[in-house]
Each structure stands twice: as structure tokens, then as C-alpha cells.
Design a protein around this ligand. Structure first.
Ligand SMILES: [Zn+2]
Length: 437
């Protein structure tokens, strides 16, 4: 942990390398001409719109024929493009890099790499996500890199490195026997990917520590190991007891913050819901009672579909059977939750796969399992904005919102895969990419 802080301090010590520090003086005015505007909130797109950006906020949005162009404004012509709000990924890991098992996989990250190395790669990751049109992420734990996410977020906000808006959870929480590193000589102390707690007192204390040190959300693992039993059912090991999760949600809600719960299915999933979790991560197998409870309680569902199609182990092996079973139950759970009106947000688990892969690969999976392209887009714009307590400020192209605006060359309402090719990116009023043909 101290290592990470030292690494970030190094970054902060070289302001001369900063090309993006805020400029003094009057806020710049930029006018964007949008051929088609999907504003993230409205049910239908609008054509030929003019968006006026003053400084880091959107001042106005209106029809091109009627809009007044402020004097001296820089004009960005996206009249042949489709303009959207900056996209939001609600489940990322900037401190993971889709580790190749042949290179030591996850364990090597914790055992071999200095925290500065991991912070350097996280710095690259947030830039890559921004270049792909993702202007906000909820980053769901550092996997043994302590409070490194707080440092990356602070470095972005101070203008030292390019990046996106971050909501961070810091270390995450699970129980003994509930998270890697695992499988080492019990006499050797190895690092853990989370903060381990046993009992409601330790659970509450961990939440307090993480909130004190900068967590915007708290992340809890409510299930850990999973396997396919003899009857062919997906089974997952529950981790925290109801008393333990209640101590965490009670503490976190007292701070005005929310709790994200990794839960696959079964007992752990139901404890998460009974314990007052605010979002269910993955939710591979949602039974009818879970879906009904989520709809009733307003629990968010962040399914992360596409990552479960990566790197399946060979068919017929226990791991291969598990990989196929997880994917087989996931899609129907998503469809059932969607039909029941559960609030769904776009999340990918990127970091679990490399940041060089398209993050937008999640959109076609959401459409495959029942969303319209517009619903899928709103799950990555206005819906997570609401979940994050930022409705109207992010995830929307509307007056008063932050100027987080992206554009693609083809219509994602016709083919949602168009979102894999974002060519224009503005975040907080600054243009980071301008390659629309
Ligand atoms: Zn994850």
C-alpha cells in the first residue's frame, strides 16, 4: 500500500510532463454540429443538432436551424456522425491487464510486480478506455494494489495524466477462504487480492478504513469458488454471512455511499440482496425470487456478459464444463431481469481481459439477450449516471451536463457494434480524439 502511494507521488512530482493542465482565463467555447444525436436519455435520436460547450459544461442543445453560434466559438463538424454522451463502464479493473496464464496469470501480478509497475499500467489502461469513448468508469477493486486507484483518480483530476472520471472502491472485501492468492504453502504469507474479514466487527472496520481512505463505493465478494455439481447445476460458495454484509451496508450507507456485491447465484446472492447490496455484479444465475427482490428493492444489475465468453478451458474438463455452464445460465438471467424491469447497467470486467480489446464488445451481447440498441446505450449512459448519483451531469448530452461527448461514424441504433469504433472523444470539455472522417 505504501508502495502505491509512493508510485503515485512520483507521477505527481513531474508537473512539467503535464500537457493537459487547465488553462487560465475565459472558458473556451466549442460548438459541435451533430448529424444524429443520441442524448443518452431520450427514447429517440434527433437529427441536425448544435451542442454549445462552454468550458467543461454543455450550455445548450438545439436544432441547427435555430441555434445561435456564439462569436469566436471553435466549431467541430460531426454533421456526418452520430453523437452520444461519453460512455460509462460500471465494472472495470484498471489494475488488471487480462493476464496471460503462460506469463504467470493473476498471481504474478501480486507476487512479482512492484506497485509502481502496476500503477504505470493502470495509467495506460485509463487512457486506453478514454480513447475508446469511455469517459467514466466505476473501477471495482485494485486486486492487491491497495489504494492505488485513489492515486490514479487523483492524478487524472489534477491533470497530471489523461484519463476518465473514476469512481473507485479501493481494496474490496471478502472472507478467509474467499479470495486469491490461494494454493500456496500455508506456512508462507502471500498477498491477497482483497481485504479479508471474519465477523461483523472486522467487516465494519474494513468498510470504515476503505471509506476513510477514499473509496467512493465499497465492493464485496458474496460468492467465491464455483463448480458444476453431479446434477449439472452451477453451485457457488457463499462468503460473507448476513451479519457480516449487513455491517458493511449499514456502515457504508451511513456515509452516503453504496455497496457493489459480486454474486453468482444461490445462498451468496440471496444474502447480498437480504443484506441490502446496491448492485449485483455478474449475477450469473438469477432465480425468480432474486429477480423479484431486485425489482422491488431497486437493486442495480451489472451483468458483465461478454467476459464469460473469453478463453474457455477445453470441453470435457471440469474448468471447461464450468465455463460453458456459466455462459449458458447468464444470458437467460439477463433476459429475465430485463423483462421484470430490473435496472441494468453496462459493465465489462475489462482488466479481466486486455484493455487493448474493444470494451464496447459488451453492447452486442446485451442486444443478443433482449435489449434494443437504445436500451443498451442508455445502460452505458443515463442509467449508470443515476446509479452513481450523477443523473443529468454525466451520461447525457443536455444543458448543464459535463461536456463528455463522443461520436461514431456509423449508426449504433442500426448496428450496435458501431460503438467499437469511437472516433471523437471529448471529456470535461477537452478533446482527446478527433478522427471522424
Ligand atoms: Zn470484476
Amino acid at each position: 500500500m505504501r508502495f502505491v502511494r509512493a508510485a503515485v507521488a512520483l507521477l505527481l512530482a513531474f508537473p512539467g510532463s503535464c500537457l493537459l493542465a487547465a488553462e487560465a482565463g475565459k472558458p473556451a467555447v466549442v460548438v459541435i454540429r451533430a448529424g444524429i444525436l443520441i442524448d443518452g436519455v431520450s427514447a429517440a435520436p434527433r437529427t441536425n443538432q448544435v451542442i454549445v460547450v462552454r468550458g467543461n459544461r454543455i450550455e445548450s442543445v438545439g436544432d441547427a436551424g435555430k441555434a445561435m453560434i456564439p462569436e469566436g466559438a471553435r466549431v467541430v463538424d460531426l454533421s456526418k456522425a452520430v453523437v452520444l454522451p461519453g460512455l460509462i463502464d460500471s465494472h472495470t479493473h484498471t489494475f488488471l491487464q487480462g493476464e496471460d496464464p503462460a506469463e504467470g496469470g493473476y498471481d504474478a501480478q501480486l507476487l512479482k510486480h512492484p506497485s509502481s509497475f502496476r500503477a504505470a499500467r493502470a495509467t495506460v489502461a485509463v487512457h486506453r478506455a478514454l480513447a475508446q469513448g469511455f469517459t467514466t468508469i466505476r473501477d471495482l477493486e485494485t486486486e492487491g494494489a491497495g489504494y492505488g486507484d485513489v492515486g490514479i483518480k487523483e492524478a487524472i483530476e489534477a491533470g497530471y495524466i489523461p484519463g476518465l472520471r473514476m469512481f473507485v472502491v479501493t481494496r474490496a472485501i471478502s472472507t478467509s477462504g474467499g479470495y486469491p492468492l490461494e494454493g500456496y504453502n500455508p506456512d508462507v504469507a502471500v498477498p491477497r487480492g482483497v481485504q479479508i474479514v471474519d465477523g461483523p466487527v472486522e467487516a465494519r472496520k474494513a468498510a470504515r478504513e476503505q471509506l476513510e481512505h477514499g473509496a467512493d463505493w465499497i465492493k464485496v465478494y458474496m460468492t467465491h469458488r464455483s463448480w458444476v455439481d453431479k446434477q449439472g447445476n452451477l453451485v457457488s460458495q457463499p462468503t460473507l454471512t448476513l451479519d457480516e454484509i449487513k455491517a458493511i451496508t449499514d456502515e457504508t450507507h451511513g456515509w452516503g455511499k453504496k455497496v457493489a456485491c459480486h454474486a453468482y447465484n444461490g445462498v451468496g446472492l440471496h444474502r447480498a440482496l437480504d443484506g441490502g447490496c446496491d448492485s449485483i455484479e455478474h449475477g450469473l444465475e438469477l432465480d425468480d425470487a432474486a429477480v423479484a427482490q431486485m425489482a422491488k428493492q431497486g437493486t442495480w444489475y451489472c451483468p458483465t456478459l461478454s467476459v464469460y465468453y473469453h478463453q474457455w478451458a477445453p470441453e470435457g474438463t471440469p474448468a471447461g464444463t464450468l465455463d460453458r455452464k456459466r455462459a449458458a445460465v447468464h444470458g437467460p438471467s439477463f433476459t429475465k431481469a430485463l423483462k421484470a424491469g430490473v435496472k441494468i447497467v453496462f459493465g465489462t470486467d475489462v482488466g479481466g481481459f486486455p484493455w487493448t480489446d474493444p470494451i464496447a464488445q459488451e453492447f452486442p451481447r446485451m442486444v443478443e439477450f433482449g435489449m434494443t440498441p437504445m436500451q443498451a446505450i442508455q445502460s452505458a449512459t443515463s442509467k449508470p449516471a443515476e446509479m452513481l448519483g450523477m443523473a443529468g451531469e454525466i451520461g447525457a448530452v443536455a444543458p448543464g451536463a459535463y461536456a463528455d461527448i463522443v461520436a461514431v461514424g456509423a449508426d449504433p441504433l442500426k448496428d450496435v457494434k458501431a460503438l467499437e469504433h469511437v472516433g471523437f472523444v471529448m471529456k470535461d470539455g477537452k478533446v482527446y480524439r478527433d478522427e471522424i472522417k
